[in-house]
Structure formats: structure tokens, C-alpha cells
Design a protein around this ligand. Structure first.
Ligand code: GRF
Length: 250
């Protein structure tokens, strides 16, 4: 499988796992056009909208798609004048549902798809189509505690440190190459809800940072690893950003 210039791919061997690919992400255009997939409250979405509106990321959310008509994420989008679509999964098989989602993303010329609390598992063919241009945020330190309840599962397991992860999606759930991670200490007084709330605050830091790295063309996928190319530090530019990550600031 080889990527063409437009970020699509040509299949040369069906047996190849996308994990074995090496691909440089090269977004060097104007503002990155983001499509967000969200099923819930949408605070991760809000972190992208806010940093975009403040000019902290060279990206804007163009469209939000949800599989849940009551998702508050849709209301957030509308409030900010962003197109919002509910694609009802009822009565559709996964292929038909994803066709509709894909059509919305393509019609809106999306450069990057962001899974931000999207609770529907995407099929391998959908992910392959967008590979290298689709990321996800997960509320645990992958590869530990995959799945829908990462924060709760980590808490119940008794870990002393949890956190969150951004990663490129691949055909396996919560598995693709890791971009950024940030740790959150578990306090003796924590219950699973306040631990989840502290993790969420940190998600709101690493998700926009990840998007900015993508927008600057600084993420290079090399097998399982994502190399972060040298460039501007957010921390230097925005002194108020808490240093949840690396001294480099990314
Ligand atoms: C976040 O914890 C995200 O990591 C997980 O779902 C949650 C979404 O929260 N995948 P919100 O809907 O963005 O507030």
C-alpha cells in the first residue's frame, strides 16, 4: 500500500497491515480544516474551538458529526456557527452509516478527522481511508485501559498514575501510533469522577497541541512510532499554558 500525494492510498497488497507503513504527514497549507466526530458532551471539541478562536492553533473546526442526536457537542458546534450533523445509526448497517459520515467529511474538504469522544467503533476500511489524517483522544495512558471506560478502569485497577493519550487511529481500537501523552497522578482522596475530571482538563491541553503539531507538518509516522519534528514551542509562545507535557513544550 502506498500513499499518493493527496494523502489517499493505493492498495498493492491486501495483506499489509497499515501499522507497517511509514508516512510523513505533510499539511503545509493554510488553516487546517478539521472534522470532529463526537458522541457526548463535547468538552474536547470545545478545547479545539476555543484554541482556534484565540488563534492558538492554525486550524478550525469546519464540521461536527455525531451518532447521538442529543449530543451536547452538536449544540456547541451550532453556537459557534459550525456545521453540525447527526447521522442516525439506527436502521443502517455500519457501512451505510459510515458512508454518510464519510460523505460529510469529504464534502467539507476536511484535512484532519478528530475522534473526540466518538463512541461508535469505526470500521477498518473507514480508518484505512483516512489513515494518517485521523486521530483520537483516549482518557488513559495507552496501551493500558483501552475501551470506553479508560478512566474508570484505571481507577478500579488501582493505578497511581493515569493520564491521556492522543494517537493516530488504525484498524484496531485505541491502538494506533501514539502522538502525545500526559500523566495525571491519582490522589488518595480521588473517586473515579474527580480523577476523570482532572484527566479531562489535561485532554484539553494535549488535543489542541496535537492538532497544532499536525498543522505544522511535524508528525512523522514511522511504523508504531510518531516522530515529532523540531519546531516552535507552544510553551514559549503561550507562557500561560500549564506544562503538562515535555520541557520542549511542543
Ligand atoms: C473524553 O474523556 C475522551 O477522551 C473520551 O470521551 C470523553 C469525551 O468527553 N474518548 P467530551 O464529550 O469531549 O466532554
Amino acid at each position: 500500500m502506498v500513499f499518493n500525494k493527496n494523502g489517499g492510498y493505493i492498495t498493492t497488497n491486501q495483506e499489509l497491515k497499515i501499522e507497517s507503513l511509514t508516512r510523513e504527514c505533510e499539511y503545509m497549507g493554510e488553516k487546517l480544516r478539521i472534522g470532529v466526530l463526537a458522541s457526548g458532551t463535547g468538552t474536547d471539541l470545545q478545547s479545539i474551538i476555543d484554541t482556534s478562536e484565540k488563534g492558538m492553533i492554525d486550524a478550525e473546526v469546519i464540521v461536527v458529526v455525531s451518532d447521538n442526536k442529543d449530543a451536547f457537542a452538536l449544540k456547541r458546534a451550532e453556537k459557534h456557527g459550525i456545521k453540525a450533523f447527526f447521522v442516525d445509526p439506527k436502521g443502517k448497517n455500519r457501512t451505510d452509516h459510515e458512508k454518510k459520515v464519510n460523505a460529510i467529511l469529504e464534502d467539507n474538504n476536511v484535512d484532519l478527522v478528530v475522534g473526540a469522544g466518538y463512541m461508535k467503533i469505526l470500521s477498518p476500511s473507514f480508518v484505512k481511508k483516512w489513515y494518517g489524517k485521523i486521530i483520537n483522544i483516549h482518557p488513559a495512558l495507552l496501551p493500558s485501559f483501552k475501551g470506553a471506560n479508560g478512566q474508570k478502569d484505571a481507577f478500579e485497577y488501582g493505578v497511581k498514575i493515569s493520564g491521556c493519550t492522543t494517537h493516530f487511529m488504525d484498524e484496531d481500537m485505541d491502538h494506533g501510533p501514539i502522538i502525545l501523552q500526559a500523566a495525571v497522578k491519582v490522589r488518595p482522596s480521588d473517586d473515579r469522577d474527580n480523577l476523570a475530571a482532572r484527566i479531562l482538563e489535561v485532554e484539553h491541553q494535549i488535543l489542541p497541541r496535537t492538532i497544532q503539531l499536525f498543522a505544522e507538518g511535524r508528525l512523522k509516522i514511522d511504523g508504531r512510532k510518531v516522530k515529532i519534528l523540531k519546531g516552535n514551542s507552544w510553551k514559549e509562545k503561550y507562557k500561560t499554558i500549564p506544562d503538562v507535557l515535555y520541557p520542549e513544550g511542543y
